[in-house]
Design a protein. Structure first.
Length: 197
């Protein structure tokens, strides 16, 4: 395996999707190289995961910068230095600006725990439960600068049971993310999925 296709993963929390991607790479199911982790929380568990795996990190605190654009310019520079081919947002909890979106449009994807366009933004699982829908799921989509509005690449649905709580539903949604996201990355890396401008 060449591992010549390089990805960067953006995450803010525990990094379970980051770990799922790394596991898929290490198991030979995903022929990419994780060239960089970008994280906005220095103490996040995902940073520990990256360090254990020997994956380079760009870790920052937003409050250390005058604006989103300022730290995004640094991120874009680092992505270029690492020769990244695809940016994967996997639990990155910051809104992004055109500084990042414009140069990376079509090479920037996100995983979201709902069947978009339903329940964009924060607390998607809670939103679905509160609304009373019977089906939810996972979406992988291109990022276009809106709130989870970019073109949809792949979705997988999941029935909501009357007994479901936010915690139980999240526990069933996360394993779907951990399979679907690496599958989409593999298809993009293989040239099977491209954004039609």
């Amino acid at each position: 395996m060449s591992k010549s296709f390089r990805i960067a993963v953006f995450a803010s929390g525990s990094g379970s999707n980051f770990q799922a991607i790394a596991d898929a790479v290490n198991a030979g199911r995903l022929d990419v190289h994780i060239g960089l982790l970008v994280c906005d929380r220095p103490k996040a568990q995902v940073v520990e995961r990256a360090n254990k795996l020997g994956i380079p990190t760009f870790v920052f605190r937003a409050k250390d910068y005058a604006s989103r654009e300022q730290y995004e310019r640094e991120i874009v520079q680092r992505l270029e230095e690492e020769q990244i081919d695809l940016v994967v947002m996997a639990g990155y909890m910051r809104l992004i600006t055109s500084v990042l979106v414009e140069p990376w449009y079509g090479r920037l994807i996100n995983v979201h725990p709902s069947l978009l366009p339903a329940f964009p933004g924060l607390d998607a699982i809670k939103q679905a439960l509160n609304y009373g829908v019977k089906v939810t799921g996972v979406t992988v989509h291109y990022v276009d600068g809106g709130m989870d509005t970019g073109p949809i690449i792949a979705q997988q649905s999941l029935d909501i049971t009357p007994e479901d709580t936010e915690e139980s539903l999240a526990a069933r949604i996360h394993p779907i993310e951990h399979v679907l996201l690496p599958q989409v990355i593999a298809q993009i890396a293989a040239g099977k999925i491209k954004l039609n401008p």
